[in-house]
Design a binder for this molecule. Structure first.
Ligand SMILES: Nc1ncnc2c1ncn2[C@@H]1O[C@H](COP(=O)(O)OP(=O)(O)OP(=O)(O)O)[C@@H](O)[C@H]1O
Length: 498
């Protein structure tokens, strides 16, 4: 039986009030009820509740008034609003104003119990959770933009409202999503991150919703999908803009109905999952172009958080670099955390980093790997010649002058690129590269770097047309997009393709 959490029910219809009360009492909650906003105010003035469940339409005022008042007075109560069928705008407005969650009339009692349990349950579980401050601290930077992002994270973490994080590749969208999860009441529950652009189209349903043994050829056993895996926690849908239209419709249904039916199953399972999605695309444009469902956009984008590109917060680079170096040193088991010389910090701030923080991270990783020194200068970063490459200039790189890329390649033991133009990497040149020079201390990262260089070069050769660059490398557009996203290659330059 649930702990004695106190719930206030506000509804002017006596029958409904009784229905909610009975249902809650049966779950072991302590319940009080009110028929008007004014009655509710009096009860709230006399004591604290854990949850307030309020109808939107009340005789003396709107349920929104209560949401606003509780929010303004910093009360701890979580508010669940009950909206009329088909009034999604009200639900969105309530979530934006700080409501924890909403239910639509006619209220399904199973869902009602699940939403109330979510509102009170997580607090009671007592599982140790990482302190919220840690999650926020991982988002380094003191710029106004980052402070705004952190404030938003803290604000939205408390509720269930779907959040859409927007920003260029590598800006830290996933870090923001994790911070939302860790700062909220779901921190002790799973955080499941899914790259929507990376899953082959024919597997999407099975991966998202799971399947039962025998549902299709090869389904040898029952398997839960991402939704089931995220039960009680957060599902992070990265690159949501890459989801094919047919799958968007299915996703919308699951989000609306809050239950999922695995392939081959008869029964649906109720879901308690918070959705945070991310995209580098302007989804509004995708909606106009008919590439993204408007109704799904509306569902996902209840709260929007914009993570600005690194060039717009260049002043944060030293702090972010320091945080990244700490992590790199820890992962590599280094006895001391390498530092940057002031000149190296300045060079980094002048540097064009289209791949944003991920590119900065790769660059530092490379420097730490290749330099035995604790103090990293411009040369160690491969930026000695890059001083003219001004951050924020918005200039496209000169064709054939991928400064950093060329320096990596030679550092990794391959002959430097003859600029301009591409090198054809024959099996022999691979062999030569692999045979000469030091063995990489981290093969996966080394291969990532090589892949990145090749992709960037192909993109440059093909005027940043991803389709053509992909075709040149034997990759489909989908594979190309995924690889670019994974390696933090800016889509900004590449987005003008056919
Ligand atoms: N403000 C920051 N402080 C410290 N590290 C950061 C910050 N922002 C991002 N990072 C780090 O940069 C890397 C890229 O971040 P993340 O994966 O969150 O970006 P993303 O926008 O989700 O990328 P993509 O669009 O390619 O999925 C990660 O290693 C992350 O930890």
């Amino acid at each position: 039986m649930a702990a004695r959490h106190a719930i206030l029910v506000v509804d002017d219809e006596p029958d409904l009030r009784t229905l909610y009360e009975l249902s809650l009492l049966r779950e072991g909650y302590e319940v009080e009820s009110a028929g008007t906003v004014d009655d509710a105010r009096q009860l709230l003035a006399a004591r604290r509740f854990d949850v307030v469940i309020t109808d939107m339409r009340l005789p003396d005022a709107s349920g929104m008034t209560l949401v606003h008042e509780l929010e303004a007075s910093n009360r701890q109560e979580r508010v669940i609003v009950i909206t009329a069928y088909g009034s999604a705008e009200n639900a969105v407005e309530a979530l934006k104003a700080g409501a924890f969650d909403y239910l639509t009339k006619p209220v399904d009692l199973k869902q009602f119990r699940a939403v109330v349990a979510a509102a009170v349950g997580r607090r009671a579980e007592g599982t140790p959770v990482p302190p919220a401050a840690q999650a926020l601290d991982r988002l380094a930077g003191t710029s106004d933009a980052m402070q705004r992002v952190r404030a938003m994270v803290q604000k939205v973490a408390r509720g269930m409202a779907p959040v859409l994080v927007h920003g260029e590749s590598g800006t830290g969208k996933e870090l923001v999503a994790r911070a939302i999860h860790e700062c909220g009441g779901r921190a002790a529950q799973p955080f499941v991150a899914v790259n929507c652009g990376a899953i082959p189209e024919n597997l999407l349903e099975a991966e998202f919703f799971g399947y039962r043994k025998g549902a299709f050829t090869g389904a040898a056993e029952d398997r839960p999908g991402f939704f089931q895996a995220a039960q009680g926690g957060t599902l992070f849908l990265d690159e949501i803009g890459d989801l094919p239209l047919a799958m968007q419709a299915k996703l919308l249904r699951v989000i609306q109905e809050r239950c999922v039916r695995p392939l081959g199953a008869v029964q649906e399972t109720a879901l308690d999952v918070r959705i945070v999605s991310a995209t580098h695309k302007r989804l509004v444009d995708e909606v106009s172009a008919g590439q993204f469902r408007q109704d799904l956009f509306y569902r996902l984008n209840v709260i929007g958080i914009d993570v600005p590109p690194l060039r717009d917060r260049g002043g944060d680079i030293p702090l972010i670099a320091q945080a990244l170096l700490q992590r790199i040193a820890r992962d590599a088991g280094l006895p001391r955390v390498p530092r940057l010389t002031p000149q190296a910090e300045q060079a980094l701030q002048r540097c064009r980093l289209p791949g944003n923080v991920r590119e900065l991270e790769n660059l530092l990783h490379r420097a730490v790997t290749l330099s035995a020194l604790d103090l990293l200068d411009e040369e160690a970063l491969g930026l000695a010649d890059a001083s003219a490459d001004v951050a924020g200039s918005g200039r496209a790189p000169e064709p054939g002058t991928p400064l950093r890329e060329a320096s990596v390649l030679s550092a990794a033991g391959e002959p430097p690129a003859p600029a301009p133009g591409a090198i054809s990497l024959t099996p022999e040149s691979f062999r030569a590269a692999a045979d000469s020079g030091a063995l990489p201390p981290d093969l996966a990262r080394h291969l990532d770097e090589v892949e990145r260089i090749i992709l960037v070069r192909a993109l440059q050769e093909h005027g940043f047309n991803r389709t053509a660059a992909g075709a040149r490398l034997g990759l489909t557009l989908r594979q190309m997009r995924y690889r670019m996203a994974r390696l933090g290659i800016s889509e900004e330059e590449a987005s003008d393709d056919a």
